[in-house]
Design a protein around this ligand. Structure first.
Ligand code: CPR
Length: 508
């Protein structure tokens, strides 16, 4: 095989000659000689979402108002994936959610939240509630910027009067660490001094940051090995942005909260406004990775790479709640779209996200084999405990809502949803939805769902004989299957079939 070519190239060349494009239900992976099993310690599912944003599992949750807010983003990053917080929120609200994820876990907090000696206990409790902060330890900074004390959980527990000022209860003896202390050193010093918060000052006396016990111990004792954290020890998180008038304001807020990656979330990524937005973000916020989409054609992928993107989101119309293909008559079946876009930018270092249409766990190894580096999912992760929205008991079923961001309801409620589809008219009669609103069965906790999805991915990789995603890209090949082959793929000819945890006799 020529260098740079892959086994799947001849499969797709043939498909192209026949004028055919395929999706998940049209193909299956060929098995290959294997020295790896799903449970081998060598099995490695790590990948990339964008040039600098790594993944321990190649699963990303969709920026949708029924899928990803702070709770989902925290949970999925703890499982090794990534959550993209949706943009049907004001720039301030969205940034606050990013902040919640960033502050959830911090080995070293370089800009800790400080309180003033004049604040009352009541004011701090209110701030905790408003911002969703779970921690109780705060450094106390006076009006000249000097750190003058520390308040911890005990101070809140033993003070009943909410009007008490912080200056009355704070401890002024602060044990601090040397500026160059390592996380292991911080762990030892905290064990010795029995202090749960360890400030670090620079040589000039200015505050460098703090170590907090829960996170330091978790990291040193390796109980957080699955967590997807950035170089600063915070959970990795992304946020969706649009190309409308609030782009600059949104980027400003998100940058302040140290978002790792923004996703330019539009229905037509190969457009002037998206390319201009990519250039704007790269010019003024070069420290944040930029992923753009959605696209489904190879020429579009090339345009985005030329504009400077760090990642590409592929998928126009495969989503479970999406009607774009039938309303606008456009789009390419998802696996061919992934393959064509990935092939067009092969060697550029820009990862491909296969977005939408994942019904079964077996679709994930197929998407990756076609050239994707990760998959983004809405429906498969919606309806979990961590997705936004209430659990509803209805007609003997327990459900949660799941809707398209271009559904009528989402478009009426959110300006950013109208912008995603390039629509400005607010009159409901004049809106042209490209998706639907629905309910799906409540599935329980995210970790169970993700474990089944990753289990399926590892099984697929084991059958192909690929111990990592790069090997899957190299070794994978496809069979095209017929309608009979598809029927044979599913359980058939049975009576009273029981649901399996990852197969319900209906779609995920
Ligand atoms: P599923 O995982 O549910 O199949 O697809 C989720 C993806 O569908 C999202 O990540 C997003 O790209 C896309 N999407 C969300 N709302 C949509 C509407 Cl209304 N129309 C078209 N695509 C939509």
């Amino acid at each position: 095989m020529k260098k740079g070519t892959r086994k799947i190239d001849s499969f797709f060349k043939k498909m192209d000659r026949q004028g055919e494009a395929v999706s998940y239900n049209d193909i299956r992976l060929k098995t290959g000689y294997s020295e790896i099993t799903p449970s081998s310690p060598d099995m490695d599912t790590s990948s990339l979402f964008s040039r600098r944003v790594k993944l321990k599992i190649p699963i990303v949750s969709s920026p949708m108002d029924t899928v990803t807010e702070a709770k989902m983003a925290i949970a999925i990053a703890k499982l090794g994936g990534l959550g993209i917080i949706h943009k049907a929120l004001s720039p301030k609200e969205q940034a606050a959610m990013v902040g919640r994820v960033k502050h959830h876990l911090n080995a070293f907090v370089s800009d800790p939240i400080c309180v003033s000696p004049d604040n009352t206990i009541g004011e701090i409790l209110q701030m905790k509630k408003d911002k969703g902060y779970k921690f109780y330890s705060f450094l106390v900074r006076d009006s000249s910027g000097l750190i003058v004390g520390l308040v911890t959980h005990n101070d809140f527990d033993f003070c009943r009067d909410k009007d008490t000022r912080i200056s009355k209860i704070m401890s002024t003896e602060i044990i601090c660490a040397k500026p160059d202390i390592t996380i292991q050193g911080a762990y030892r010093q905290m064990m010795e001094t029995k202090k749960k918060i360890l400030p670090v000052f620079n040589h000039d006396g200015s505050l460098r940051g703090i170590y907090t016990w829960a996170d330091v111990s978790r990291i040193v004792l390796k109980s957080s090995e699955t967590f997807n954290v950035d170089g600063r020890g915070s959970l990795v998180v992304g946020a969706a942005i649009g190309v409308g008038a609030d782009l600059e304001e949104r980027m400003n807020f998100l940058n302040r909260e140290k978002v790792n990656v923004v996703v330019i979330d539009t229905a037509h990524g190969d457009s002037k406004k998206v390319i201009d937005a990519v250039k704007f973000c790269k010019k003024y916020y070069s420290q944040i990775d930029v992923v753009a989409g959605n696209i489904s054609e190879p020429s579009s992928a090339k345009h985005l790479v030329r504009a400077g993107v760090d990642g590409i989101r592929v998928g126009q119309g495969p989503g479970s709640i999406c009607t774009t293909r039938v309303i606008a008559g456009i789009g390419c079946p998802q696996v061919t779209a992934i393959y064509n876009c990935a092939k067009a930018v092969r060697g550029s270092g820009v990862p491909i996200c296969g977005d939408g249409g994942i019904e079964y766990s077996g679709d994930i190894p197929i998407a990756l084999a076609a050239g994707a580096h990760n998959v983004m999912m809405g429906k498969a992760l919606a309806g979990t405990t961590e997705s936004p929205g209430d659990i509803i008991h209805k007609g003997g079923r327990t459900v949660k809502s799941y809707r398209g961001m271009g559904s009528l309801g989402a478009m009426i409620e959110h300006k950013t949803s109208r912008e995603r589809y390039g629509q400005t008219d607010l009159t409901p009669d004049k809106l042209v939805p490209e998706g639907v609103e629905a309910e799906i069965d409540y599935k329980g906790d995210l970790n169970i769902i993700v474990s089944l999805l990753i289990g399926g991915l590892k099984a697929g990789m084991g059958y192909v004989g690929a111990k990592n995603i790069a090997a899957l890209h190299r070794k994978a090949d496809f069979h095209k299957i017929s309608g009979t082959g598809l029927r044979e793929s599913h359980p058939h000819g049975l009576l009273n079939m029981k649901d399996a945890p990852n197969y319900r006799g209906e779609k995920l």
